[in-house]
Design a protein around this ligand. Structure first.
Ligand SMILES: [Mg+2]
Length: 221
């Protein structure tokens, strides 16, 4: 872990990374996406679910598939799917303490919306700790793991990749970061689609608890 002593750019995915997937917050978003598709395309929830999963596979986000194939309004979609009950999310003092101690720029990099990122981080009690949120609009709706948003993010925040680390629960999203020269950390989980490729060389570290991992880095300094 000594190679993490000089990190000065900290990139965090949002959902299932800054909070535990066991909270099932993202399950609600997932169900709202099915509902949106069902209503928009006038199909059953079952059929909508299939479309949703196909688009996620093919376009990396359901939203991207819906834009490409049905020309939907992205804002309407984002507002609808992120309108979820966040009362399951508690303050995370450990995470707050460790993020506070990190030296350098801290940025959230999400395929979701800025509003959702703000809602979630407020619940956890860490909303004041970041220098920026790079959301799906900033990505021009080209989601992770396409290379473009990573490059744009690096440019925007003047990131030096060799001093940057990226935390993410979807293993495949770590690949472009690694290829740019960043360190990568996979947040362990059992979701088959998120765990796929988690044994790849482009993953430097794995952890089951983000706050614990950050504590170890903070202790190196
Ligand atoms: Mg995630």
């Amino acid at each position: 872990m000594k190679d993490l002593k000089n990190i000065k750019f900290w990139l965090f995915d949002l959902d299932n990374t800054l909070y535990d997937g066991a909270t099932k917050v993202f399950d609600q978003v997932d169900r709202k996406m099915s509902k949106f598709i069902s209503e928009k395309l006038n199909v059953s929830i079952e059929e909508a679910r299939k479309i949703q999963k196909n688009y996620f596979q093919e376009y990396n986000t359901t939203l991207n598939g819906m834009i490409k194939n049905h020309k939907i309004d992205a804002d309407e979609f984002l507002e609808f799917v992120h309108d979820v009950d966040l009362s399951f999310l508690d303050k995370d003092k450990d995470l707050e303490n460790e993020i506070k101690k990190l030296d350098g720029k801290k940025i959230i990099f999400t395929n979701g919306s800025r509003a959702h990122a703000l809602n979630v981080t407020k619940r956890i009690g860490i909303d004041k700790l970041f220098d920026g949120i790079f959301d799906i609009r900033d990505c021009e709706f080209i989601p992770k793991p396409s290379k473009e948003p990573y490059k744009k993010l690096v440019e925007n925040y003047k990131i030096e990749p060799q001093y940057c680390i990226f935390f993410e629960d979807i293993a495949r999203n770590l690949k472009p970061a690694y290829e740019l020269g960043m360190k990568t950390v996979w947040i362990k989980n059992d979701e088959p689609w998120a765990a796929k490729y988690s044994d790849s060389d482009f993953i430097n570290y794995k952890t089951d608890k983000l706050a614990k991992f950050l504590k170890e880095i903070n202790e190196l300094r």
